[in-house]
Design a protein. Sequence first.
Length: 334
Amino acid sequence: MLLLSGFALGVMAVLSLVIYRDYGHLNVAKAFVAILFAGACFLVEPLLDGLWADLAADLYTMVPALFWVLCQLAFSHRPRVFSFLGAVGLYTFIAPMLSRHLVDTTTPLLGNLFWTWPSYCEYLMIVSGLWTVISNWSDDLVESRRQLRGVVLIGVGISVLLVVIPANTHIVGRWLPYLSINIITLVCAYFLLHTHQGVLFGLVKTEEQPNTVEPEETPELDEDTQKLNALMTSGFYRTEHLTLKELAAELELPEYRTRNLINQTLGYRNFNDYINQLRIREASERLIKEPECPVLNISLDVGYRTLSSFNRAFKDIMKMSPSEYRQQKNPENG
């Protein structure tokens, strides 16, 4: 067991240093390092006594919540860390921490409140994190990033489960989580140090902005680009709940070719970003040309089902609300 612990701690130390050196400015990288640190606390906790052992347990109890944060930052189109699930994540480690140091949990009610329920919530955080990975998978237009981040993040999720289940149930000994931690740290180290550096944290080669990519021209690519432009010019982007699969079917192209087409010719890395840009471009023009038209009507016309989703997308792109944009462009109509 000591051999497994020592090996895993060594790999974690190298990973943390490399990630902090190269990607320390990214929040997703900070979350990844935090998971590594919490995992290290799990490995060393049996070697400690008294207060130090309790502090290590406090820290490794944060792993499910940190995994959820990592999935939000790495895969969610709009990360929502400060949310109901974020509060649940805090509960999963704050409640056990209080019970270790301050609260007497000998009564059934307090035992459930500070131990049993947080344990169940840990599973909720892990499943929610994995769902974030899966549900946002198809929107990622960078094929290598989809594959690598999917494999590694799901691997981390399984590893987290193999740590949490034995810790909560004591069904098996500590050898299973120790082994899983060794395997997943090796996998992460391989991908980070030898292949596609930066892909796990959302960096792909250079940081081009949309419309700055210059793909290699081929007759096939040129034909596909013309089909895409013609379809979008006709207003197909106004389709409610438009998915990449529906667009590929309309273009009569495989999904992977449609994904590469948007990424390589237009520079977009997320399908929703591409569609929102087209919708907001039309909406911004109509807000100026049709000053009497209600904002709600425009939002529905360009493909949004609710005004709130339109306002959110508009503000993300234009850095102001639709009403503020209209007032700025047409002050005489304010």
